[in-house]
Design a protein around this ligand. Structure first.
Ligand code: UD1
Length: 423
């Protein structure tokens, strides 16, 4: 297993670019099975979840090839399998969103249920209920969701929670259904909007993505397209936290500024200077961090995927910050590792009380999930001495070349290669 070794204390300085969004790329790649024609997806980050997605698509019979470093062509001329196997779905929950497009294209799909996750139960009931409401027959057998429906029929439905994955799955199932589908209380995340944009460029008729109600008028068939994925707002936010924790001065090129309002607002409240320039987002910090209160919420609220990074940052703030996690029930695992680095964090249920300390100190720590892993790297950038982050395969699922990007800003960071065995 690889580890990342960080020697803290260097203020980050320079310019860095944000990669394409992992969370936008994954459902977009799954959407390529909706057509027999080739689809080109550009600005795809080279991260493990993308490689897993391509493996999944190849298993269904699609041909995938890289056209350059970040452009992929997927050609699903023929679907030869209807199954997303447990071995892949268990490593990447987002595989579950292949259910909708596979069902829409072929009338059947057999997709492993993802099971639990380090950050919470993460059920898929809303995905299944939505697909049933489109007329599919769905049963759960042997750990797999088996769905059948030769001709899906549009329906009006309400999501109990604005789930990102359920909204995407249902949207893709409904694009070729007979008639109109209305998804009420839909997720508004930019990644949902990017998927709708891509589907519309394939001939789908989707309106309202980005609002609470998405309307889908069924189309008879979809064709190929050439779509460029949006930049990764979570990577941008992570880089902002890294710049801020070190008291650095970094220009983040390509940051999707409009999607970062809640994050920029909280960082400014914490006394981080942020300037939106023509060249990118300039993030600087010259004074002590002020404490803040924040609550994770569905978009456009503060993203749960940046909660861990902000906790690392606020752990060296001048005062007491409060973070409430409202999306996932067990998303404070990183706090336990931050404690080992000298942070002062008390947790009760969904709330963490972070009393700022003057310094963190380096320690061997362990990543427990994707965003937790980056928060430990961020903490290490500001800690005394050396932080040794283990289990970085979590980080590799979603961050492209993170060590190289941070090193280019002056960080003393390196990857130590280990065996490829994962527990
Ligand atoms: C996506 C993101 C993930 C992010 C999350 C919330 C991808 C690949 N992943 O995950 O990084 O943290 O959005 O912004 O885009 N829920 C149910 N039933 C369901 C589905 C969800 O109760 O059928 C609940 C979940 O347990 C959770 C909440 O809804 O409490 C939000 O989850 P959801 O938006 O579905 O997250 P994902 O799409 O899995």
């Amino acid at each position: 297993m690889d580890r990342i070794i960080v020697e803290g204390g260097v203020p980050l300085k320079g310019e860095v670019s944000v990669s394409g969004s992992k969370n936008a790329a994954l459902p977009i790649l799954m959407a390529t099975v909706l057509t027999k024609e080739p689809v080109i997806v550009r600005n795809v980050p080279r991260v493990r979840d993308v490689f897993t997605s391509l493996q999944l698509l190849e298993g269904l019979g699609a041909q995938c090839r890289w056209l350059g470093d970040h452009d992929v062509e997927v050609h699903a001329a023929k679907i030869t399998s209807h199954e997303a196997p447990y071995e892949l779905v268990k490593t990447m929950r987002a595989s579950f969103v292949v259910l909708g497009p596979l069902l829409a294209r072929t009338g059947r799909a057999r997709v492993s249920t993802p099971g639990g996750c380090a950050i919470g139960a993460r059920p898929v009931n809303l995905h299944i209920s939505g697909i049933r409401q489109l007329g599919a027959r769905v049963q759960l057998r042997f750990g797999y969701v088996e769905a059948h429906g030769e001709r899906l029929v549009g329906a009006r439905m309400w999501l109990d929670a604005p789930s990102v994955g359920a909204t995407q799955n249902i949207m893709m199932a409904a694009v070729m259904a007979k008639g109109r589908t209305l998804i009420e209380n839909a997720a508004r995340e930019p990644e949902v909007q990017d998927l709708a944009k891509m589907l519309n460029s394939m001939g789908a008729r989707i309106s309202g993505a980005g609002s609470h109600v998405i309307e889908i008028e069924g189309a008879s068939h979809l064709h190929g397209t050439d779509h460029s994925v949006i930049p990764d707002r979570i990577e941008a936010g992570s880089l902002m936290a890294a710049a801020a924790i070190t008291g650095g001065d970094v220009l983040i090129r390509n940051a999707p500024v409009d999607q970062l309002d809640s994050v920029i607002a909280k960082l400014r409240e914490a006394a981080v200077q942020i300037e939106n320039t023509a060249a990118g987002l300039r993030v600087q910090r010259g004074v002590a961090l002020k404490p803040v209160e924040l609550r994770t919420l569905p978009y456009p609220g503060f993203p749960t995927d940046l909660q861990a990074q902000l906790m690392a940052l606020l752990s060296i703030g001048d005062g007491t910050s409060i973070i409430t996690e409202t999306i996932f029930e067990n998303r404070f695992m990183h706090a336990l590792e931050l404690l080992r680095m000298g942070a002062d964090i008390a947790m009760k249920g969904a709330t963490a009380v972070i009393r700022g300390v003057p310094h963190l100190s380096g320690a061997p720590v362990m990543a427990t999930d994707l965003r937790a892993s980056v928060s430990l790297v961020i903490a290490g950038l500001a800690a005394d001495d050396v932080t040794d982050v283990g289990r970085v395969y979590h980080l590799d699922r979603g961050y492209e070349a993170l060590e190289q990007k941070l090193a280019s800003l002056g960080a003393r960071i390196e990857r130590v290669k280990g065996t490829s065995v994962q527990p």
